[in-house]
Write a protein that binds this ligand. Structure first.
Ligand code: ATP
Length: 269
């Protein structure tokens, strides 16, 4: 998404029900946050400020993008999605101008959610970040986030795997009001995610009966890995002309996913 910087999509159809494995207290906090956003007048009467910015952080593939889409859906907002790397340019001023354009476009389509994934590429700590261009881009982001009344009906959501890299100024309340940790799912969470990703797929009885064991034996798997597990198993079944996912398909997909993670881990060394 390097050159276009951002894209707008109307009302994502993802809901909170499509996201498995979120801790209960986090779901409660999200529901509370959404009720404040949906009824700002009542919130003001109670002395609560509607949040302007949220940060979602956690390992890759845990559902941060899904969660941002679900929040946009819940509040009936147009979804402007971009990646931090789309604002990192060699030429001074280009990144800053893209940030401005993104906010200007969103302000024409309120209510709107502006979602920036990998925000660390854009809002990293200044001294580590370095460079005049990135400094200018981050400054522009802070200016836009401080837009006051101009930001009425705009919710900014940022996601990162590297919260520790983010600039303190970016994280200040008023810019980022709530921070949510989106962790790898535990056994129950994996079971919920498996349910979500097996919905609408035909499973052989023995596969269906083994889903609890699958949830227990996939410790460390992200939601994205569980989703790709069933995608891979389905493709293998289709390739072999079967209607249902059988145990061989699932074992094959598990091996593929584990191998994929291992080769990624080896590449990280
Ligand atoms: P990254 O940090 O790499 O950007 P992410 O946390 O934003 O990843 P998503 O892009 O939301 O992860 O997830 C990718 C896909 O994985 C989703 O479209 C969905 O199919 C599946 N997935 C991830 N997490 C979950 C979850 N908690 N529940 C259900 N499906 C999930």
């Amino acid at each position: 998404m390097k050159n276009g910087a951002s894209k707008a999509t109307p009302l994502p159809t993802i809901t909170l029900e499509d996201i498995g494995g979120l801790p209960e207290e986090m779901k409660d906090e999200i529901h509370q946050t959404l009720s404040i956003i949906k009824d700002p007048v009542r919130a003001t009467q109670l002395g609560i400020q509607a949040p302007k910015g949220l940060l979602l952080y956690g390992p890759p593939g845990t559902g941060k993008t899904l969660l941002a889409q679900a929040i946009a859906h819940e509040i009936g907002a147009t979804f402007y999605s971009s990646s931090g790397s789309a604002f990192t340019e060699l030429f001074v001023g280009v990144g800053a101008s893209r940030v401005r354009t993104l906010f200007q476009n969103a302000r024409k389509q309120r209510p709107a959610v502006i979602f920036i994934d990998e925000v660390d590429a854009l809002a990293g700590k200044r001294k580590e970040h370095g460079g005049e261009e990135s400094e200018k881009t981050l400054t522009e982001l802070l200016v836009q986030l401080d837009g006051g009344n101009d930001n009425e009906g705009i919710l900014f959501i940022a996601a990162t795997n590297r919260k520790d890299m983010l600039d303190e100024a970016f994280l200040r309340p008023g810019r980022i009001d709530y921070t949510f940790n989106v962790p790898l799912p535990d056994t129950n969470g994996r079971r919920e995610i498996i349910d979500i990703h097996t919905k609408g797929r035909l499973l052989a009885d023995e596969v269906y009966a083994s889903l609890d064991v699958l949830a227990e034996s996939t410790s460390g798997f992200s939601g994205a890995e569980l989703s790709s597990l069933f995608e891979t198993a389905s493709k293998r079944a289709v390739r072999d002309g079967r209607q249902q996912i059988d145990k061989g398909d699932l074992d094959f997909a598990i091996d593929r996913t584990i191998l994929g993670s291992t080769s990624r881990a080896l590449n990280d060394i």
